[in-house]
Write a protein that binds this ligand. Structure first.
Ligand SMILES: [Zn+2]
Length: 152
């Protein structure tokens, strides 16, 4: 999730493309795949262990990054969509629609985490804001989990 996603939904976001043209779109249309924090996550985690898989659709919740050998699944949770306690801002319009949606997402996150753990995976969930604010802390968390899983 980009920092754009921390603004209220319903706001129009204007962004300048590299060629100078301006993109304007509704917050609701912004998807989480391939965003800057997500690419950053991959870059950070690639240094930790091999092999690494991204967007693994065969596992519950399609984890953003998976270390199959260590059975570690990592999610990068966008602050708006997953209701980050630090920076989620309730949209000014369609409040009940959005709070229901965010609560549903949070429930799904918990369900997915539980399903993965039951299947023997270690799950690490990282907030997008923490990832951009303290990337080394985030990769440190993942590194410790991988190390724990590497012990015989
Ligand atoms: Zn956040």
């Amino acid at each position: 999730m980009s920092s754009e996603s921390q603004k209220a939904v319903g706001q129009r976001v204007r962004r300048r493309r590299r060629d100078g043209s301006v993109v304007s779109r509704n917050m609701a249309a912004i998807r989480s795949r391939g965003t800057v924090p997500e690419l950053m996550l991959r870059r950070l985690l690639r240094a930790l262990a091999k092999p690494l898989r991204v967007n693994v659709r065969t596992l519950p919740g399609s984890p953003d990054v998976v270390f199959p050998r260590h059975h570690v699944a990592v999610f990068m949770d966008g602050c708006f969509w997953h209701g980050c306690p630090q920076c989620y801002v309730r949209p000014r319009i369609n409040r009940s629609y959005w709070s229901k949606k965010i609560i549903r997402n949070q429930k799904r996150d918990r369900r997915v985490t539980r399903a993965l753990r039951l299947a023997g995976w270690s799950v690490v969930r990282l907030w997008a804001c923490r990832l951009s604010g303290s990337p080394e802390l985030c990769s440190g968390r993942v590194r410790r989990v991988i190390q724990r899983r590497s012990k015989p």
